[in-house]
Design a protein around this ligand. Structure first.
Ligand SMILES: [Zn+2]
Length: 360
């Protein structure tokens, strides 16, 4: 049924300083025994506070800690350990791994999830996607929940207190979305919802980009000072909500396909996802023959915010021709690669990467 088009998003999005204190009221309707899944660092930082907020709403939470990588076995183990609780909801609390663990446990228990990100390094808090890894930090699958999180609670006081490099990476993850949605719409691409995009996806992705361009620099400065300002609020909304709804409803394309190649690339594999996407956005723009001045202007913006614009900037010093071809080869296996106005070949990708690497 190619004529069907689908829109999806979180049921509720709450953002602002002190948003964490609203968590009890937001989740009380899901029953008295929520399960909180977090990581060791955030458990020490916020565990008592979150437990207090939930108990204040008359709830009796179970807290579980993801010890390391988010693997299927780790999610199975946490889900089994709370099987007798009768939880009506899972709360994912922390960074990317903890949120994915919360999502993965909710999938196994068959209950909704609420996400509470403590950093804004990418847009996964709003999405129904779950990135699963093996114990060696290789991504093995992207599982899909049947619905987006029932609430996303973004306490900007926590985001501002976290290291600014996380939010900077979030800018990188968000910057691609308007170009990826446009490419998906221009060709025959489908979104992660499995249908051609409605117009709303590209509209949201464009709003994400416009917000980044207006607020990323002052918003990152505010984060570096540990201050919540209107610029920081705008930036966080772009990185978490607009970027997330933009990609899920607008579609991913070449930029996110390239992250698959980068995750296996020497040196670059340990960079943050948003840093990968920043560089990959330049490659996508070159590969789709964007005007040189537009590519240069985008490169200038990425430099201004401190995101990588070359492979050495991602940690891959002096990439060889073989290594560049290797990135292109792995990228060609990504399903989002079909979401382009014109198909690209491995050779096209190599040429685009070399052009980005050779730019002044
Ligand atoms: Zn992403």
């Amino acid at each position: 049924m190619r004529a069907l088009r689908v829109f999806a998003g979180p049921l509720r999005y709450v953002q602002g300083p002190g948003a964490l204190d609203q968590l009890g009221g937001l989740v009380a309707a899901y029953g008295p025994r929520p399960v909180v899944v977090t990581d060791p660092f955030v458990r020490d930082l916020l565990g008592e506070r979150v437990e207090g907020v939930l108990r204040g709403a008359g709830l009796r939470p179970e807290i579980r800690v993801l010890p390391g990588e988010i693997t299927a076995a780790a999610a199975d183990e946490i889900a089994a350990s709370v099987a007798e609780v009768g939880a009506g909801l899972v709360i994912g609390l922390g960074g990317g791994k903890a949120l994915d663990a919360g999502k993965a446990v909710s999938l196994r228990l068959g209950v909704p999830v609420v996400t509470v990100p403590t950093v804004a390094s990418n847009d996964s808090p709003t999405s129904k996607a779950v990135a699963m890894y093996d114990a060696g930090h290789r991504m093995v699958s992207v599982d899909q929940l049947s619905a987006n999180p029932h609430a996303v609670v973004v306490d900007t006081a926590l985001i501002a207190a976290a290291p600014v490099d996380f939010l900077r990476a979030g800018v990188g993850d968000a910057v691609s979305k308007t170009f990826e949605a446009a490419a998906c719409a221009a060709g025959t691409g489908v979104t992660t919802l499995g249908t051609r995009p409605l117009r709303i996806g590209a509209a949201i992705a464009a709003a994400a980009y416009a917000t980044l361009r207006a607020h990323a620099v002052p918003g990152l400065s505010a984060c570096a000072r540990g201050e919540v300002t209107p610029d920081l609020e705008a930036l966080v909304e772009a990185v978490v909500l607009l970027s997330g709804m933009g990609f899920e409803n607008g579609g991913l394309s070449l930029a996110h396909s390239l992250t698959r190649g980068l995750m296996q690339a020497r040196g670059a594999s340990s960079a943050l996802h948003g840093q990968h996407v920043a560089w990959a956005t330049l490659v996508q723009r070159v590969a789709e023959y964007a005007p040189d001045d537009e590519v240069a202007e985008l490169r200038g913006f990425l430099r201004e915010v401190g995101l990588p614009v070359t492979l050495p900037g991602l940690g891959m010093d002096a990439p060889t021709a073989d290594e560049i071809r290797g990135i292109a080869r792995v990228t060609m296996t990504a399903p989002h690669l079909a979401n382009l106005a014109r198909p690209v070949t491995e050779g096209d990708l190599v040429a685009a990467i070399l052009e980005v690497e050779g730019a002044p």
